[in-house]
Ligand binder design. Structure first.
Ligand code: GAL
Length: 443
């Protein structure tokens, strides 16, 4: 095994606080983007009554398409462990939380939080919910459940601020995965591409065959593609530097990355905006498209469709990103004022437990956040992901909450939306620079 090389956004600060954390057993403190150190002590938790203990409302975006099965598996255990608590599954459909997060935001604004919700480790958590003082620290649970012994040291700084830990990671997902149709590649004499140049050459070759070279879906999947092409073009260190201010959004290397993105986009299907991520992924296993770039939740979906690994689909790191694991982590939180605080704590205990993670992840298509999983429960892809997570260079996902807080991500999303229509690289680069100035670390 090679030594770990974490190079994600906020790298230097996190590396430092990670060391402090490891040495002292107290959590590290990443700063929310665009914030000063918080001196506010979180308000005391809401008092619960016996009547309020009887239910728990858990909010996520895991609805079907391979996503719901994992949640179901955890729900079953929850019900067996807590027969007196009614489990309310408040999942809202829409890949990557596109709808769910908007609904959550309005509920939070109206002072109507669910008892626990799915949030991504990183700036989505720290720069959004923690910054708005919406969450209770969970240090007491980490101590009680001895989670610090089993949760990755690389993850704790991403869910902590000022010595407080704010969420319970249930998994690790990888965003930089290339899914391909092995038959189409074989028929066209194409080995699996490993560099961006090879990939673009393959896309060009496939373009004349009538097969969709690269399947893509609605706008968030374009931003997902964008983060992987930025990584492939810039490499891990410069990609991570975009989120800390070290890499120049205005510079020639970023420009080259944007040109690569434009090029790759030109080989995608025309009806992308009408397709969910599942529809785009399905084009590959149906033999209509050669490639799709999507997170590893895709595998759970393929399995749900009854497809066979290595026959109906193959996988590889996005060309140009071999040895780099672009990650995200789904985690669950305890809001200040949770209507059913005890039910929420029971849910969080399960989400952080070995039994919960080993029931959820093999079905969800993610690897467990905990280091003590039973590997025999995981399939070939997931075992390979576990090996890569342990040895690859780590960088954070943009769309899935690690490197940019919500306001920065929203600005980038708006800029990309315009780009999908005007394809104007000059305008996009200027807009991304100005987004970094208004919401990120650029001055
Ligand atoms: C991500 C989430 C994954 C999966 C995916 C597609 O944001 O972390 O667990 O749900 O969206 O919906």
């Amino acid at each position: 095994m090679f030594p770990r090389k974490p190079v994600w956004g906020l790298a230097s600060l996190m590396a430092l606080v990670g060391l402090v954390f490891a040495a002292c057993g107290t959590p590290a403190t990443p700063r929310a983007q665009g914030t000063e150190p918080s001196t506010t002590t979180p308000p005391p938790p809401a008092k619960t009554t016996t009547a309020q203990r009887a239910k728990v409302e858990v909010f996520s975006w895991w609805v079907g398409g391979g996503e719901a099965a994992g949640l179901d598996a955890m729900m079953k255990i929850f019900k067996a462990q807590n027969p007196e608590i009614e489990f309310i599954n408040a999942a809202v459909a829409g890949g990557a939380g596109t709808n769910a997060r908007a609904i959550l935001a309005s509920r939070l604004q109206a002072g109507d939080p669910p008892d626990s919700w799915q949030g991504h480790a990183g700036q989505e958590l720290i720069g959004t919910y923690v910054k708005a003082h919406q969450l209770e620290p969970l240090n007491f649970l980490y101590e009680q459940e001895k989670w610090l012994d089993v949760m990755p040291k690389t993850l704790i700084p991403l869910i902590s601020q000022d010595g407080n830990i704010y969420s319970v990671p249930v998994n690790i997902h990888r965003s930089n995965v290339l899914w391909y149709n092995p038959r189409i590649l074989a028929e066209n004499n194409l080995p699996v591409p490993t560099t961006l140049d090879e990939f673009i050459a393959d896309l060009e070759k496939l373009n004349s065959t009538g097969i969709i070279p690269l399947a893509m879906g609605e706008q968030w999947t374009a931003m997902h593609l964008f983060e992987t092409i930025l990584l492939a073009s810039l490499g891990p260190e410069k990609y991570s530097g975009l989120w800390t201010g070290k890499t120049d959004w205005d510079g020639p290397e970023t420009r080259h990355a944007l040109e690569n993105f434009e090029k790759v986009l030109s080989y995608t299907n025309n009806d992308a905006t009408t397709l969910a991520w599942q529809d785009a992924a399905q084009l590959v296993v149906n033999g209509d498209a050669a490639f799709n770039i999507m997170g590893d939740w895709t595998e759970a979906y393929y399995k749900e469709l009854g497809k066979t690994p290595r026959v109906d689909y193959g996988w590889a790191p996005v060309p140009g990103t071999t040895g780099v694991f672009q990650f995200l982590s789904d985690s669950f939180v305890l809001p200040i004022g949770a209507p059913n605080r005890e039910g929420a704590i029971a849910w969080l205990k399960l989400a952080g437990s070995k039994a919960g993670q080993d029931a959820f992840n093999p079905v969800k298509g993610s690897i467990p956040a905990r280091s003590d999983a039973d590997r025999s429960l995981y399939d070939e892809y997931l075992q390979s992901a576990m090996a890569d997570w342990a040895r690859d260079t780590l960088v954070g996902s943009l769309y899935h909450g690690v490197v940019a807080n919500d306001s920065w991500k929203t600005e980038i999303n708006t800029d990309l939306g315009i780009f999908l229509t005007d394809k104007n690289v000059d305008r996009l680069q200027a807009a991304l620079m100005s987004a970094c100035k208004s919401s990120g670390p650029c001055h």
